[in-house]
Every structure is written in structure tokens, then in C-alpha cells.
Design a protein around this ligand. Structure first.
Ligand code: C5P
Length: 420
């Protein structure tokens, strides 16, 4: 059997490693979040050049943004300082030419209206207009009062900006600085960072609907006790995130874990193996890829008692009997959609030894084209792992790395197989 090279990590040295971002701030109270966003982008490996409008400087000082980005801030089209190593007094040209993207956060209603009309009376809008439109994407993070957001003029402007090729991100809902409640808040810095990372991720799974199972199941003995296992759900959640970054529509069926839902991913919470089977059987009918990362309990108590089993002091211990749970993955892999190739199934195997032999045998037994082996005690609850991918043609080793890096590599491997 051949052993091929692992898929290359999709983003080197941090999620934004090697990227140069021009971060523009227009006027709005959400400027305070732009400080955190700048810091997060730098931590993720990007170099960040900040450009601020005069209105933005009313909300936060260029000194703060300079300290966080490590570069002097530009705020005037008449600024004679050298920009991007060029001393031609044309900051609007020089700053945009070296950018991988211009991100305006916050983008005020007024600033977006200016962009729609191609106005350019200060450095930030001038730079947006002067950027090479094909190679320097413009990404806006709107921020405004809920009435301004829902006003037909704003919605019309957003439609026009999108038609002009601008990426306009969502807004958040909730309490606003003005005291009103509704849509229009700027997304939180970590949400913006996620959207940026996703923006730069190749859309290897565009058009796919990926179903992922994750976490343990909980098999109730009585209303307060049950059997479960040590699966943390981290690997499955990372796979759901990586699939969404790669452009898929993603549904995550999660056993009882306390992990936050990855941004943009639909989530169904389940408890027992039978609950999980019901959800997965239903959702698999619309999915094109199923990744079964859940650690489904092999057995469940033969009966779930209505009342708590009482310890009566006699020293007598209860006797439990078990029945086997259905093999969810094997039955979905045997379904007509999977057999016809409309649904690509990926299984997991957590072993304690002889990983290759067990993974190969399990792949055949489960009837799946791809099986991912890992050493159970080395992964449960950890943030990193190592994987061995086994298919009909051979194996691919993914060396120890964070679960998110491995999930991205696994998604690339799945996409390679889907596209023949
Ligand atoms: O047989 P084993 O539990 O080792 O198989 C692991 C793989 O099968 C995982 O992909 C797991 O999600 C899936 N599985 C299942 N239903 C079960 C047991 C395991 O779908 N009852």
C-alpha cells in the first residue's frame, strides 16, 4: 500500500500568517472593537496597516491603533509620510497596492453610502476607490443603530455594494450603545476574525452539505445516572468548523458536550445513541458528506428506569443488563444514497494499539470509503491529535497538530477524494 504526503496546512504560521491587511475605521462607537480586532489579526499572524477617518479619530485615538498594529496610522490623503516604502505622497495608492484585503470595521452607514457613489473626499474612501478591484478584496463590517440598519437606503446601498463585488459581513443583534435593542451591532472581534479566516480559505467544499457527528452519547440508567465515555467532541467540532470555512453548509449533531457551536454551523443536540441515530438518519437524506466523529456508546441499559434506583443500606447492588446500540455509521453507509455515491461517508476509529490493522479492518466492516484512525487515550480531551487516514488506495499520516489544523487537512483530503 502507498503512503502519500499529507495535505499541506491550509494557512501557514497562524490563521492569517503571511497576510497583509489594511484595517480601515470609519466613525462609530464600534471603533472600540476594532482595537481588539487589530490585536487578534496581529496574533493570527497578519501584518496590519490601520487607516482612520476623522470621525473614527473622535472615538478612538490613532495612538491606540498604532500601538496595537505596530505601525503608524494614516488618516489624511495629504499625509506626506512615506507609505508602503514609497515616498510619492500618494498614500491612497501605496497602502492599497500591498494589501491582501481592505477590511473596514466599523463601516458606518454614511461610509457605505459614500462607497456606493464612488466618493473619495478623505483617505479611506479614496483608497477603497483606488484599490485594484480584481486583486484587493474589500470587506465591510457594518455597525450602526437598528433604525439606520433597517432603513431602505442602507439596505439598498448594501445590495449595490455586493453587486459591485464588495463583501458585506453580517451584523449582530442585541443591546446598542444608544440604549435601543435590535440588529446593527458590529460583530464581535472573534466573529470578525473567523469570517476573515473563512474568507481566505479555499472553498474546496462549495455546494456540499456536510453532516458531522461529535461527542459522546449518554445512555440513561435512571433519571439521574447513566453511562457515557471520555470523548470531548473537540475533533468533531473542529471538523464542522473546517468544513464551514471550506464553503460547505454544515450540520453538527452533538452529544452532551459544553463546546460552543462553530460560527455558521447548524447544531442539533442529542443525548443517547438512539436519539443520535434518529437525527443522523433524517439529516443524512439531504447531506452529501457524513463524517462520523461521535464516540457512540456500544451498549445501553436494557431498560431505562422511571425512578432513581435507591441505595437501601442493605449492601445489595443493582444488576444491570445491556442491549447493543445500532451501528449508526454502518447503516448510513449501507443506505441507497451512500451506495450510489450521493453521500460520502467517513468513519473514525479510536484504538489503543495496532492502529493501521484495526483501521483497515474497520473501514471494510463499516463499509466506508475513508476511515480516520487515532489512538484513543492520546486524544480524548486534548487539543491536539495525530491521524491516520485509510482508504482503498493506501494511507495518509497526518502528524501531531492541533485538532483544527488536522480538521482542515482532513477536509482537504475529503475534498480531493470527492473531486476524483
Ligand atoms: O466500532 P467502533 O465504535 O470502533 O466504530 C467507530 C466509528 O463508528 C465512528 O465513526 C463512530 O462514530 C461510528 N459508530 C456508530 N455507531 C455505533 C458505534 C460507532 O456510528 N454504535
Amino acid at each position: 500500500m502507498a503512503t502519500s504526503a499529507p495535505a499541506r496546512s491550509l494557512l501557514p504560521a497562524g490563521d492569517l500568517g503571511g497576510r497583509h491587511i489594511v484595517l480601515g475605521l470609519s466613525g462609530g462607537i464600534a471603533c472600540y472593537k476594532a482595537a481588539e480586532l487589530c490585536r487578534a489579526m496581529v496574533k493570527a499572524g497578519a501584518t496590519v496597516q490601520v487607516v482612520m477617518t476623522d470621525a473614527a479619530c473622535q472615538f478612538i485615538t490613532p495612538v491606540t491603533m498604532q500601538a496595537l498594529s505596530g505601525r503608524p496610522v494614516f488618516s489624511s490623503q495629504w499625509d506626506p509620510r512615506e507609505a508602503a516604502g514609497v515616498g510619492n505622497n500618494m498614500a491612497h495608492i501605496n497602502l492599497s497596492r500591498e494589501a491582501d484585503a481592505i477590511v473596514v470595521a466599523p463601516a458606518s452607514a454614511d461610509f457605505m453610502a459614500k462607497l456606493v457613489h464612488g466618493r473619495a473626499d478623505e483617505l479611506l474612501s479614496l483608497m477603497c476607490l483606488a484599490r485594484p478591484i480584481e486583486s484587493v478584496p474589500l470587506i465591510l463590517a457594518p455597525a450602526m443603530n437598528r433604525e439606520m440598519w433597517s432603513h431602505p437606503a442602507t439596505q439598498r446601498n448594501i445590495e449595490q455594494l455586493r453587486a459591485d463585488g464588495t463583501t458585506v459581513l453580517d451584523v449582530g443583534a442585541g443591546e446598542q450603545a444608544c440604549g435601543e435593542t435590535g440588529d446593527g451591532r458590529m460583530l464581535e472581534p472573534e466573529e470578525l476574525l473567523y469570517d476573515l479566516v473563512r474568507f481566505f480559505t479555499p472553498k474546496l467544499l462549495a455546494g456540499q452539505h456536510v453532516l458531522v457527528s461529535a461527542g459522546p452519547t449518554f445512555e440513561a440508567i435512571d433519571p439521574v445516572r447513566g453511562l457515557t465515555n471520555l470523548s470531548s467532541g473537540k475533533m468533531g467540532f473542529a471538523i464542522a468548523r473546517a468544513a464551514h470555512e471550506a464553503g460547505a453548509q454544515v450540520t453538527l449533531v452533538a452529544g452532551p458536550v459544553g463546546l460552543p457551536t462553530p460560527r455558521g454551523v447548524g447544531r442539533v443536540n442529542v443525548k443517547s445513541a438512539l436519539n443520535m441515530q434518529k437525527s443522523l438518519d433524517h439529516l443524512a437524506q439531504a447531506a452529501t458528506v457524513f463524517v462520523s466523529a461521535a464516540a457512540v456508546a456500544d451498549w445501553r441499559p436494557a431498560q431505562m428506569l422511571d425512578q432513581k434506583i435507591k441505595k437501601d443500606g442493605s449492601g445489595e447492588v443493582p444488576t444491570l443488563s445491556f442491549v447493543e446500540n445500532p451501528d449508526i455509521l454502518a447503516s448510513i453507509a449501507a443506505s441507497p444514497r451512500a451506495q450510489s455515491g450521493a453521500l460520502y461517508c467517513v468513519g473514525f476509529a479510536a484504538e489503543s494499539q495496532d492502529l493501521l490493522a484495526h483501521a483497515q479492518a474497520k473501514r471494510v466492516r463499516k463499509g466506508v470509503p475513508l476511515l480516520v484512525g487515532n489512538i484513543g487515550p492520546d486524544t480524548f480531551g486534548q487539543d491536539d491529535n495525530a491521524l491516520l487516514l485509510v482508504d482503498a488506495h493506501g494511507t495518509v499520516e497526518l502528524p501531531r497538530a492541533s485538532k483544527l489544523v488536522l480538521a482542515r487537512q482532513l477536509i482537504a483530503e475529503i475534498a480531493r477524494r470527492l473531486h476524483g
